[in-house]
Design a protein around this ligand. Structure first.
Ligand code: FAD
Ligand code: COA
Length: 408
């Protein structure tokens, strides 16, 4: 009477573009039993990375002429949802291997830069995007890291922190304030730093320091990076299309794709939690009846389903949108709105799912406590809920919302 499968539920609600959902589902089945291990051992999931690379999901958005799959951001969102249902860590890797830093390089980079970075990503590297600093988190335009012009390149000085995959990623895209030889400010640019000692790529003055001890997402190192007179050759300077003067806006345009990816992770975790809740409500009996028969819980399920569904629709819309002036990246407002909604909704959905498990939800025999710790991050990293609200409100009201007194 209470027969069901998790997959049936999910498929009913989800459009399936291309072959990617099936590929991702196969991998998710493989990743599910391993997810608790990476979390408990605070270990990066290299086994999963190998599987993702073999399946063509590392660098799936890279055009086919460079060896990628030429997949869209929507395809990536679909993959991320399936993987995030079981392993948040692996889903974050899929996002960073296909959106954000890599997208900026593929869109704005020189041919030589693309040819340099692509083999790394296809082989399993995910570029670390380095924006945040100890004194410039939300106020990213206030970053203090500088790149000063010298003969043949730039010299980087500064500190970035909370860098996802710092010490694991070989490739880094570092945002920095560009100075000319005389120290006059030019704007903000991106600097590709590849740390690959095995192949002789060492950067004097570049160090990876203290790993954060996080409440969730424990397999992923979040680290501080120090740059002390680090020389970056001209060939690794990512010049934004509008030049350094408006470089921040161009780089953030590319970053909007990663915001959609982050929202998709949150939505996937929520969809996974909902599937677990459904299983348990049908399985567990109290007062001589399955929990599923209590209306108090039924209404929670309906709200959880509505939240996941609305998140998915907003994320799919954002993934397919394009910003102004021929941008190939998601629209800033749609990306902000979708990440804002999906991240807040997911925290509530996972919390409610955990509640339905009673004490069992609080223990580690079920994955809910891990999902709860993981999903909490998504209203913080990648633009906080408050910053995203400010961006959406500015767009709706048709007003500029600079938070920085006196400009950046
Ligand atoms: P703050 O900016 O100090 O904000 C503190 C609080 O004040 C927040 O609630 C914020 O919403 C609020 N606030 C700030 N300004 C305003 C305002 N104008 N209006 C209203 N409210 C405001 N960064 C990277 O560059 N690369 C990464 O790979 C990366 N990965 C991360 C991974 C994790 C797990 C986490 C937690 C963070 C990561 N970050 C990364 C950093 C992240 O982007 C920042 O944490 C985020 O931008 C917020 O900055 P902050 O933590 O300094 O908070
Ligand atoms: N996409 C495209 N352009 C963007 C953008 C985005 N997501 N965010 C800002 N910009 C543009 C603005 O339109 C503005 O361009 P303009 O000068 O032509 O108007 C310029 O960048 C500066 O933005 P502004 O809002 O004036 O900056 P601010 O000093 O008030 O700072 C931000 C606000 C942008 C830094 C803040 O809203 C923000 O996004 N903080 C979060 C940083 C983040 O996500 N970090 C994640 C690290 S992983």
């Amino acid at each position: 009477m209470y027969k069901y499968t998790v997959h049936t539920y999910v498929m009913e609600h989800t459009p399936s573009p291309g072959p990617y959902r099936a590929i991702a589902k196969d991998l998710a089945a493989k990743f599910a039993p391993r997810a608790a291990i990476w979390d408990q051992e605070r270990r990066y999931c290299w086994d999963n990375v190998a599987d993702l690379a073999n399946a063509g999901l590392m660098g799936m958005t890279i055009p086919t002429r460079y060896g990628g799959q030429g997949a869209s951001f929507l395809d990536t969102v679909v993959v991320v949802e399936e993987i995030a249902k079981v392993c948040t860590l692996s889903a974050r890797i899929v996002v960073e291997a296909n959106m954000g830093g890599i997208s900026a390089i593929m869109a704005y980079g020189t041919e030589a830069q693309k040819e340099f970075v692509v083999p790394y990503v296809l082989a399993g590297d995910k570029p670390a995007i380095c924006i945040s600093e100890p004194d410039a988190g939300s106020a990213a335009t206030q970053m203090a890291t500088t790149a000063r012009r010298v003969g043949g390149g730039y010299v980087l000085n500064g500190t970035k922190h909370w860098i996802t995959g710092g010490g694991v990623s070989k490739l880094h895209l570092v945002f920095a304030r560009v100075l000319d030889e005389a120290g006059m400010e030019q704007g903000i640019g991106g600097f590709i730093l590849c740390c690959d000692p095995e192949n002789g790529l060492i950067h004097e003055g570049f160090t990876v320091a203290g790993r954060e001890r996080t409440m969730g997402l424990c397999g992923m190192p979040e680290t501080t990076l120090h740059f002390e007179d680090v020389f970056i050759e001209d060939r690794f300077v990512l010049t934004p299309p509008s030049g350094f003067k408006r470089g921040f806006a161009d780089l953030m345009n590319a970053y909007n794709s990663q915001r959609v990816g982050a929202g998709a992770i949150a939505m996937g975790v929520a969809a996974g939690a909902l599937a677990h809740a459904k299983r348990y409500l049908l399985e567990r009996e109290q007062f001589g009846r399955p929990l599923a028969e209590f209306q108090g819980l039924q209404w929670m399920v309906a709200d959880m389903d509505a939240s996941v569904h609305a998140s998915r629709l907003m994320l799919h819309e954002a993934a397919q949108s394009r910003g102004p002036n021929g941008s190939i990246f998601p629209d800033i407002t749609m990306a902000a709105r979708a990440k804002l909604f999906a991240s807040e909704a997911a925290i509530k959905v996972v919390n409610d799912a955990l509640q339905m498990f009673g004490a069992r939800g609080y223990g580690s025999d079920e994955p809910l406590e891990r999902m709860y710790r993981d999903v909490r991050m998504f209203t913080i990293g990648g633009g906080t809920a408050q910053i995203l609200r400010t961006q959406v409100a500015g767009s709706i009201l048709g007003i500029r919302t600079p938070q920085t007194r006196g400009g950046y």
